[in-house]
Design a protein around this ligand. Structure first.
Ligand code: TUI
Length: 308
């Protein structure tokens, strides 16, 4: 399937993997790229040296390029932005902020820059700053989220900018893919489904929680201090929301979450860890290889879109 995004990125299928902190490491990213999509190494909160290692290891597993996601609240974001240039990364996505200050440097290096946005305003600003495309990410997504739904955000961003738009948030199968195309998107970005990929190093306990999750099993923590994070309900979210409701100071809440994503992804602590996942987790039913997922989604979508 050819779209403006497959052309822009030189990939076979218009499916991009979300740059999930801790989850999107080089095994997953290289598997997605190898399967014809675009794999993304997520820098999350990691130091720049770790990101460099991840990029180098990814190159050993596939000849196809992987992108890198810069989580802009990372205290080492400046150094990571530099590492990306030094390592010859071809595509960058960004999250949780405005990547404006890196744009000139990345564009000069010939890097395709695709900011993840949660509003029309930031999408417009990113187009003006020279972005090659944007990911319009709805509130159905896992992790750090904006307020607008995918259904409302994507067509509004499509109307507001001339660059290609990639839809994200609540997409995990061929129906979601086809719907995104109907809204005017040129590709989709998926996170939650790839969490349970066979190539994903996420702890088995975490994967089981995603697979067992139903439609209304996620909660949004951190709304009161401006950093809403969607994750699967567990002891951690219950404690957090109880404290948040009682007006606990930001520092106390932060203490509760510090290292909690690592605890879930690496140690498999599904009780007190942070199980970031989107609302579409209810549709994610089994572990499969990235290639199986992408083939299944494309076959279903092509039938719906009457392309085959
Ligand atoms: O960034 C994401 N998703 C993420 S980042 C992340 S790591 C994290 N962990 C704990 C707390 C906070 C972050 C987990 N998931 N998605 C892209 C995204 N970007 N969603 C929303 C935004 C966003 C929000 C506000 C982008 C820009 C923005 O403001 C722009 C400005 O002008 O500052």
């Amino acid at each position: 399937m050819k779209t403006k995004i497959t052309e822009l990125l030189g990939i076979e299928y218009p499916i991009i993997q979300g740059g999930m902190a801790w989850v999107a490491e080089y095994h997953l990213a290289s598997a997605v790229s190898e399967a014809g999509g675009l794999g993304i190494i997520g820098a999350g909160g990691a130091p720049a040296s770790f990101v460099r290692e991840q990029i180098q290891k990814g190159k050993e597993l596939t000849d196809k390029p992987c992108g890198v996601n810069v989580m802009l609240m990372n205290p080492e974001a400046d150094q990571i932005a530099q590492v990306i240039v030094e390592e010859g990364v071809k595509v960058v996505t960004t999250g949780a902020g405005n990547p404006g200050k890196y744009m000139a440097m990345w564009k000069e290096a010939g890097i395709k820059v695709i900011p993840v946005v949660a509003s029309v305003g930031l999408a417009r600003m990113m187009e003006r700053a020279g972005a090659d495309a944007v990911v319009a990410e709805g509130t159905e997504s896992g992790g750090h989220i904006g307020a607008a739904t995918t259904m409302t955000l994507v067509p509004q961003v499509v109307d507001a900018v001339h660059i290609p738009v990639i839809a994200a948030g609540g997409i995990a199968d061929g129906r979601g893919f086809a719907a995104a195309i109907m809204l005017g998107a040129e590709a989709v970005q998926m996170g939650t489904r790839f969490v349970v990929a066979k190539e994903s190093i996420v702890h088995e306990n975490y994967k089981k929680k995603v697979i067992a999750a139903k439609d209304i099993d996620s909660e949004v923590t951190g709304m009161t201090h401006g950093h809403p994070v969607r994750q699967i309900r567990n002891n951690m979210t219950r404690e957090y929301l109880k404290l948040e409701k009682a007006g606990a100071p930001f520092e106390e809440l932060e203490h509760l979450t510090l290292g909690a994503l690592r605890k879930a992804v690496v140690e498999g602590d599904v009780i007190n860890g942070t199980l970031m996942a989107g609302q579409i987790a209810g549709l994610v039913k089994q572990e499969q290889t990235c290639a199986e997922m992408i083939q299944e989604i494309m076959t279903q979508a092509e039938k719906l879109l009457k392309l085959s």
